[in-house]
Design a protein around this ligand. Structure first.
Ligand code: GTP
Ligand code: MG
Length: 203
């Protein structure tokens, strides 16, 4: 798939205020600073469509973007940002959960994970939450430019092993990406195109 147009539509602080539509919607979620907003910019050939920052906690709202006037990408706040006070963190996490539990437009979620880190409970728990809530998800490993190809391979294999040794009998689709050098861009866009076609055909 080629991205011809990508437009910011709206930001919302409340899930119930998000626009309803009959187009496919995909959300990017993951820890603060993992690269969700950067990935949206990379996929859409923009520098600043989604706001990014070196400091975690940049994205605080639910941000809808419309791509090729035919499907939506959603940039969400990250979870697990340690500097946010605990009471606020709980409220934040509730709000993210509510999005996943209620969003009928959502076709698939992309859970982003920094390829450099060993599997973290916070991400594994979030996957279990998605799985037990019946929300389909794929994993997108980010920041692959920071590792050598062999290290990337090892990190991916270790992740798969951890999931299979845990609660998962089958692995989700996994993508290796870098927003710095556009690794994985075409693969991810082609996957989204396939999901769009399936959703149109009611699959
Ligand atoms: P929050 O909105 O705070 O949850 O963060 P986010 O997940 O949206 O991360 P964001 O895209 O703002 O990126 C965080 C930092 O990581 C920024 O300094 C980015 O430049 C950097 N970054 C994101 N993706 C990559 C990548 O693929 N490679 C490298 N080297 N840096 C990246
Ligand atoms: Mg962000």
């Amino acid at each position: 798939m080629k991205v011809n147009t990508a437009k910011f539509v709206i930001s919302n602080s409340k899930v119930e205020k998000c626009l309803h539509h009959d187009l496919p919607e995909y959300a990017f979620i993951g820890r603060s600073n993992v690269g969700k907003s950067s990935l949206i910019n990379m996929l859409t050939n923009h520098k600043n469509l989604a706001k990014t920052s070196g400091k975690p906690g940049k994205t605080q709202l639910i941000n809808h973007f419309i791509i090729n006037d035919s499907w939506y990408l959603v940039d969400l706040p990250g979870y697990g940002f340690a500097k946010v006070p605990k009471y606020q963190r709980n409220a934040f996490e509730k709000f993210i959960e509510e999005y996943f539990l209620t969003r009928k437009e959502l076709i698939c979620t992309f859970l982003l994970i920094d390829i450099r880190h060993k599997p973290q409970n916070i991400d594994l728990n979030f996957m279990e939450f998605l799985g037990s809530s019946g929300v389909p998800f794929s994993i997108v490993f980010t920041k692959a430019d920071k590792l050598k190809p062999l290290q990337t391979r090892k990190s991916l294999d270790f992740y798969k092993k951890t999931m299979l040794n845990g609660v998962w009998q089958e692995l989700p689709d996994m993508f290796i990406t870098s927003s710095e050098n556009a690794v994985g861009k075409q693969e991810l866009l082609d996957h989204l195109e396939k999901l769009n076609i399936n959703s149109k055909n009611g699959i």
